[in-house]
Structure formats: structure tokens, C-alpha cells
Design a protein around this ligand. Sequence first.
Ligand SMILES: CC(C)(COP(=O)(O)OP(=O)(O)OC[C@H]1O[C@@H](n2cnc3c(N)ncnc32)[C@H](O)[C@@H]1OP(=O)(O)O)[C@@H](O)C(=O)NCCC(=O)NCCS
Length: 138
Amino acid sequence: MLGETASDAGLPLKLRKEVERFAIYFQREFEYPVQEFTAKEKRPYTAYLLSESKRRVWIGACCFRPQSGVSALDRETLRWIWLHPYYRMKGVLTDAWPKLRADHGDFLVEPPFSPAMRHFLLKHNSSSEFYSFYRNVG
Ligand SMILES: CC(C)(COP(=O)(O)OP(=O)(O)OC[C@H]1O[C@@H](n2cnc3c(N)ncnc32)[C@H](O)[C@@H]1OP(=O)(O)O)[C@@H](O)C(=O)NCCC(=O)NCCS
């Protein structure tokens, strides 16, 4: 379930720090060289915190940027998403997806994809103009 929405315009620092915490977990799990989000950064973004159904705890986060980090595409892209392992494969992203599509249109999900994300995109995003890209990128 989608919780708070942030932009550089004004989510409280406390919540931006929550997004940063999940960005750190994302970086650690995938051994990325860069941390994808910091609470005090000034670059434009829209970030979401994800909560469990009773909205008592944050269980993950995701972040959009106005442009691709890996191509010249001038379109909003989903740069990263990370869910606590306990909450994976329980439909959280499936539930959030319509809202993300409504807010950001037919956005590109940035590669590289985890196997889970690629499965998700192939199963639940077949209407996207990027579908063949997702199919061809391993
Ligand atoms: C990828 C991620 C965001 C998916 O969110 P989720 O809430 O677990 O996804 P859902 O439960 O809504 O899954 C829906 C579909 O995604 C696919 N999927 C999700 N996790 C999968 C896995 N581990 N293996 C295979 N397919 C998976 C399936 O197609 C599933 O559909 P189905 O249940 O009808 O078969 C989440 O697993 C996650 O945070 N993983 C770690 C971080 C990550 O991989 N981020 C993306 C980096 S590109």
C-alpha cells in the first residue's frame, strides 16, 4: 500500500530519512556502488513510502526521477524500489501499481532488473510501450 508521497518540495525530513534508509538497504542488497537517495538532496524526485495494510510501519520505498539515468529518454523513470523481504510476493507492488501508473503515466523502470522485478514487469505491465524492452533485457 502506498503511504506518504514525497517530492523535493516538502516531505518532512523525518520521512525523507525513512526513504533514505530503504535506499541504503536497496544499495546493500544489490551491492550497488551508489546510494540512490539521500534525505537532504536537492535533485528533483518523487518518492513514495510503502506501508503495510494497517499503516503502522513503513515496509519499503521507491523513487522516481524526471529522466533516465541510463538512456537519453526524456521520461519519468522508476529508479529503484525496495520492499522488506517479509512483505515480498504478497501483492504490495501489484496493489500500488495502478496509482504509480496514474501518477507517472507509462514510465520506464530503470534496468538492471532483479529477477523479481523483471517477472513483475512481464506479468503486470504488458500494456507498456517498454514491454518489449523489458522482455529483451535480461
Ligand atoms: C521487486 C519487488 C518490488 C516486487 O514487489 P512485490 O510486492 O513483492 O510484488 P508482488 O507481490 O506484487 O508480485 C507480483 C508479481 O511479481 C512477480 N514477482 C515478484 N517477486 C518475484 C520473485 N521473487 N520471483 C519471481 N517473480 C516475482 C510475479 O510475477 C508476481 O506475480 P504472481 O504473484 O501473480 O506470480 C519486491 O520483491 C522487492 O522489493 N524486491 C527487492 C528489491 C528489488 O528487486 N527491486 C527492484 C530492483 S530492479
